[in-house]
Design a protein around this ligand. Structure first.
Ligand code: UGA
Length: 439
C-alpha cells in the first residue's frame, strides 16, 4: 500500500516511520525544506527515543519530500498529521489541517482514503470532507476517516507500535476495511465507529486523564493541609482497578502540547453549543493554580527571591522530551527573574529551546552539581532520572541553603530524612532535617 503523511511533527513523523516499520511504503510531506533534508539523511528533527533508529532501518520504505503533489497523487491512503495549536480564545486552530486538505484535493489522481490523525474538534472531519469534495481537481472517489492518535511524547514509538487501541471513525464501511488493512500487523484492538464518536474518543480520553491529574492535585493540596500523604493515598486508591494506579502522580500540574490545549478546546466547543463542561473547567482552573504551587511555597522561606541564587532542575514539561510547550518552568522562571533572582538552570535536553526564549538572564548549566553550587533554594520542575538518582548529600554539600522545593515528588520522605535539607514537596509533610536552620 502506498501511504502519504502530511506533516512531520510528533504525530506525523512517528506515524510515518512506524507504518514503514510495519511494511508500508510511506511518503512523509513537510513544507520545511531544511527539515526534509535532515530527515532524508536519516536524522530525526525531534527527540523521541527509538525514532531515529527505526527511521534509519526503514529508509528504503521512507521518502521525505516537500513535493506534496508527487506524494499524494497516487497514494492509497493519506494521513493528515499536522498541528492544531491553540488559538487565543482556547479553540483549536485548524488552518494547517484545512490547508493540507486543499493540497490533497488538488493533487490526488486516484481513489483514496484520507485519514485525519491530528486532534480536531468534533465535526471537523465533515468539514474536511466538504473541502476535499469541493476542491477536487480529478474525478476520483475519496472517503474521509478519523483515526485519532494516542501516543505520548517520550514513548511515542512504543505507544504506536504497541497501541492500546486503534480507533477508526468512518461513514462508509469500505474506508474502514482499508484502514483495518493498514493496521493489520499492529496487533491492537480495533474499534470502528462513526467519525464524530472517533473524534470525541480522542478528546474525552485526554480530558479524562487531565481531570484525573487535577483531581489528585487537589487531593494533594488538601493532604498538605490536613497532614496526609498523597503518595500513599494514590497507592491506596490505585489498588481499585476501577480507578487504576496510573496518572495519579501529583505535582505542579500537567503541561505539554495536548492536555492544556485539548481541555480548553472541548470546553470551548461545549460553550459554543451553550453547554458548560463543569468538570473540564475545574480541571483547567486547578491546573493553572497548581503551576504556581512551588513559587507560593517559596514565600514560606523568603519574602522575595531578590538577589538569591535559585537553582532550577528540569525545564521540559516532562522527562524524555525536549518539548517546552506549557511547561511549568515557562511560568515560574519569569516570576523568579521579575523578583530579581539569579537563576541557574539545568535540563538534559531542554536548554537549547529555553535559551531561545531567555538568551541572557539565566545561567545554563550542563551538570546538576554546577546548578546547585551556592544556591539558596532549588526548584525541581521535571522528574528526570538524573534528578531522581542524585546522591542527596550533594544538596547540603553544594547549596548555601539546602531548601528543596520539589514539584514532582522525586524522593521518598524516608530518603530525605537523613539528608540534612529542608524538603518541601507536593501533598506530603515538609521534612526539615537541617541540623541548624540556615535561614
Ligand atoms: C498525552 C496523552 O497521555 C496521550 O495519550 C495522548 O495521545 C497525547 O497527550 C496527545 O494527545 O497527543 P503527552 O502530552 O505526551 O501525552 O504526555 P503525558 O505523559 O500524558 O503527560 C502530560 C502531562 O501530565 C505532563 O506534564 C506530566 O508531567 C503530567 N502528568 C502525567 C502528571 O502531572 N501526573 C501524572 O500522573 C501523569
Amino acid at each position: 500500500m502506498k501511504i502519504a503523511v502530511a506533516g512531520t511533527g510528533y504525530v506525523g513523523l512517528v506515524t510515518g516511520v512506524c507504518l514503514a516499520e510495519m511494511g508500508h511504503s510511506v511518503f512523509c510531506v513537510d513544507i520545511d525544506e531544511g527539515k526534509v533534508a535532515l530527515m532524508s539523511s536519516g536524522i530525526s528533527p525531534i527527540y523521541e527515543p527509538g525514532l531515529e533508529e527505526i527511521m534509519v532501518k526503514n529508509m528504503d520504505k521512507l521518502n521525505f519530500t516537500t513535493n506534496y503533489k508527487e506524494a499524494y497523487k497516487d497514494a492509497d491512503v493519506i494521513f493528515i498529521g499536522v498541528g492544531t495549536p491553540e488559538k487565543h480564545d482556547g479553540s483549536a486552530n485548524l488552518c494547517y489541517v484545512y490547508s493540507a486538505a486543499e493540497q490533497i484535493a488538488e493533487s490526488i489522481e486516484k481513489d483514496c482514503v484520507i485519514v485525519v490523525k491530528s486532534t480536531v474538534p468534533i465535526g471537523t472531519n465533515d468539514k474536511i470532507e466538504d473541502i476535499i469534495k469541493t476542491k477536487l481537481v480529478h474525478n476520483v472517489n475519496v472517503s474521509v476517516a478519523s483515526n485519532p492518535e494516542f501516543l505520548s511524547q517520550g514513548t511515542a514509538v512504543r505507544d504506536t507500535l504497541h497501541a492500546s487501541r486503534i480507533v477508526i471513525g468512518v461513514e462508509d464501511s469500505s474506508a474502514g476495511e482499508v484502514l483495518k488493512e493498514v493496521y493489520k500487523n499492529f496487533g491492537a484492538p480495533i474499534l470502528v465507529t462513526n467519525r464524530k464518536s472517533a473524534e470525541m474518543i480522542k478528546y474525552a480520553s485526554n480530558d479524562f486523564l487531565a481531570l484525573k491529574i487535577s483531581f489528585i492535585n487537589e487531593i494533594a493540596n488538601l493532604c498538605e493541609i490536613i497532614g496526609a500523604n498523597v503518595d500513599d493515598v494514590a497507592i491506596g486508591m490505585g489498588y481499585d482497578n476501577r480507578i487504576g494506579n496510573r496518572f495519579l502522580n501529583s505535582g505542579i500540574g500537567y503541561g505539554g502540547s495536548c492536555f492544556p490545549k485539548d481541555t480548553k478546546a472541548l470546553h470551548w466547543l461545549a460553550n459554543f453549543h451553550d453547554y458548560e463542561l463543569k468538570t473540564i473547567k475545574a480541571a483547567i482552573d486547578v491546573n493553572e493554580n497548581q503551576k504556581l504551587k512551588l513559587i507560593k511555597k517559596s514565600r514560606k522561606y523568603f519574602d522575595s527571591l531578590k538577589g538569591l541564587n535559585v537553582a532550577v532542575l528540569g525545564l521540559t514539561f516532562k522527562p524524555g522530551t525536549d518539548d517546552l510547550r506549557e511547561a511549568p518552568s515557562l511560568v515560574n522562571i519569569p516570576i523568579m527573574l521579575e523578583d530579581g533572582a539569579k537563576v541557574k538552570a539545568w535540563d538534559p535536553v531542554g536548554i537549547n529551546s529555553f535559551q531561545k526564549l531567555h538568551p541572557d538572564n539565566i545561567t545554563y548549566c550542563y551538570t546538576i552539581e554546577d546548578t546547585l553550587k551556592d544556591a539558596d533554594v532549588c526548584f525541581i520542575f521535571t522528574e528526570w532520572d538524573e534528578v531522581k538518582d542524585l546522591d542527596l548529600s550533594k544538596y547540603s554539600k553544594l547549596m548555601k541553603n539546602p531548601i528543596i522545593l520539589d514539584g514532582r515528588n522525586c524522593y521518598s520522605l524516608t530518603s530525605v530524612k537523613n539528608a540534612n535539607i529542608i524538603y518541601d514537596s507536593i501533598g506530603r509533610e515538609t521534612i526539615n532535617s537541617l541540623e541548624t536552620l540556615l535561614v
